[in-house]
Design a protein around this ligand. Structure first.
Ligand code: NAD
Ligand code: UGA
Length: 459
């Protein structure tokens, strides 16, 4: 029987759980959506005017739905018990210790959520894997659920519904997704019914042809594969940026020419100081580890090289700064414009600014950091001991005053509209610009008097 869902619980009120559930609440006023988390501060923030994450358009939707059909609470057990469908959107970081350390996904949070579901469920539940997980996680989770549920006759149907939103554009991505992928046990009636229940939720706003179904393992693997392919494109263009610098070619022109080939396409070809974010590296390492576990060493190595190229790019950037500044940056003030891993988010997880910042500090630099959205506390948490060499600023011009160099680490739009003449006036001379995002007008900067190094551009 296809259940027409009227109550949804989402475990995990993070970057995925919060926005996705806000969108479901907005588009499905007949469904009560409860987002739960073990973190009281996070839930308090979701219930306040200062949401715990910055995402354009999110505020308005949360304000519209909160208290009507969208709720945030730490009553995990209560919300699970009363819901028909439970999304699990907890973090699945890279394991830090033990077998698979540094590569495999840590499913501790996932398993703990599954155990709670099993313990409190008295009625049938459709469990939706929203977190990114290794292939065949559904099988493991099914075992945990079935063997820990004390109420007889309770049925758990497990679906995989990976999330493809990108931070900074999450609300647009959720409003008009390229596709919604739903994996289930489509060979049996009950599995098909569970898939149909979730399809019906999305069909409230997503066109049917964009809702695709697959078997569980294909859905789980498609998510890891999608992130691996996206990251691989960035590493590919970044590898070209190194070759461009060596040969006098211009990476923007190369990317433009490549992107005009309709088989390649123009997106995700922006050379950069390296990809960041909580997922690309973690998911590739996880994918490669799964390959290793299946004896597919060559396949694993292929994907590890994507992460290797990203590390190379960050190192290369640091070396470029040091060598351009006469091989010494000791005690020089270097301003980092941007700290977030991309624009329009305050998220700094795996931000290239962290590795580049540490590299510059290692060579003796004093860093001045300005980011429009990242808090001082977050920078302090990310940079740890390095903070003794870092000052954070609330104004870009103060961060740039007396600086010897500026490194553009994030592609925030506001950096493009700064008065670069004024900036030149307050900096030490010679004034260097290292554009790690290729967003500035380099000819104009050179006219002003800056010495400009841009990734993948003729020097
Ligand atoms: P996050 O760290 O922002 O949020 C996860 C939340 O889960 C945290 O608030 C944590 O307190 C909570 N949590 C952990 N265990 C819990 C439990 N047992 N009960 C209740 N709450 C619990 O993580 P995120 O960025 O939202 O990512 C979640 C998942 O989605 C990951 O698997 C990630 O790979 C995947 N994903 C993330 C993005 C993204 O843009 N961030 C996009 C697509 C997929
Ligand atoms: C990425 C994917 O795009 C999402 O589809 C996926 O759901 C998500 O990971 C996830 O699983 O977490 P996200 O990391 O939020 O989303 O942001 P992206 O826009 O993909 O950017 C990732 C990193 O790559 C950023 O540091 C960005 O600056 C960099 N990037 C992106 C480039 O250097 N060049 C590009 O051309 C594109």
């Amino acid at each position: 029987m296809v259940v027409k869902v009227t109550s949804i619980c989402c475990i995990g009120a993070g970057y995925v759980g919060g926005p996705t559930m806000a969108m479901i609440a907005l588009k499905c006023p007949h469904i009560k959506v409860t987002v739960v988390d073990i973190s009281q501060p996070r839930i308090d923030a979701w219930n306040s005017d200062e949401l715990p994450i910055y995402e354009p358009g999110l505020d308005e939707i949360v304000k519209q739905c909160r208290g009507k059909n969208l709720f945030f609470t730490t009553d995990v057990e209560g919300a699970i018990a009363e819901s028909e469908m439970i999304f699990v959107s907890v973090n699945t970081p890279t394991k830090k210790t033990g077998l698979g350390k540094g590569k495999a996904a840590d499913l501790t949070y996932w398993e703990s959520a599954a155990r709670t579901i099993a313990a409190v469920s008295k009625t049938n539940k459709i469990i939706v894997e929203k977190s990114t997980v290794p292939v065949r996680t559904a099988e493991a989770i099914e075992k945990v659920l079935q063997r820990n549920c004390n109420t007889s006759g309770v049925r758990f149907d497990i679906l995989s519904n990976p999330e493809f939103l990108a931070e900074g554009t999450a609300m647009d991505d959720l409003t008009a997704p390229d596709r919604v992928l739903i994996g289930g046990k489509i060979e049996g009636q009950e599995g098909t019914d569970a898939v149909a229940s979730l399809v019906e939720v999305y069909a409230n706003w997503v066109p049917q042809e964009r809702i695709i179904t697959a078997n569980l393992w294909s859905a789980e693997l498609s998510k890891l594969a999608a992130n691996a392919f996206l990251a691989q494109r960035i590493s590919s263009i970044n590898s070209m940026s190194a070759l461009c610098e060596a040969t006098g070619a211009d990476v923007s022109q190369v990317a433009y020419a490549l992107g005009k080939d309709s088989r390649i396409g123009p997106k995700f070809l922006n050379a950069s100081v390296g990809f960041g974010g909580s997922c690309f590296q973690k998911d590739i390492l996880n994918l490669a580890y799964i390959c290793e576990c299946h004896g597919l060493t060559e396949v694993a190595d292929y994907w590890y090289s994507v992460v290797g190229m990203n590390d190379y790019q960050k190192n290369r950037f640091v070396k470029r700064v040091v060598s351009a500044m006469f091989n010494t940056i000791r005690n020089k003030k270097i301003c980092m414009l941007g700290f977030a891993f991309k624009k329009d988010t305050g998220d700094t997880r795996e931000a290239p600014a962290i590795d580049v910042g540490n590299g510059l500090i290692e060579d003796g630099a004093r860093l001045a950091i300005y980011d429009p959205k990242v808090s001082d506390a977050q920078i302090a948490m990310d940079m740890g001991a390095g903070m003794s060499n870092i000052t954070t600023y609330k104004s870009h011009i103060e961060a740039l005053r007396d600086a010897h160099a500026v490194c553009v680490m994030t592609e925030w739009d506001e950096f493009k509209s700064y008065d670069w003449g004024e900036i030149y006036g307050v900096m030490q001379k010679p004034a260097f610009v290292f554009d790690g995002r290729l967003i500035l007008d380099h000819d104009k900067l050179r006219e002003i008097g800056f010495i400009v190094y841009a990734l993948g551009k003729p020097i």
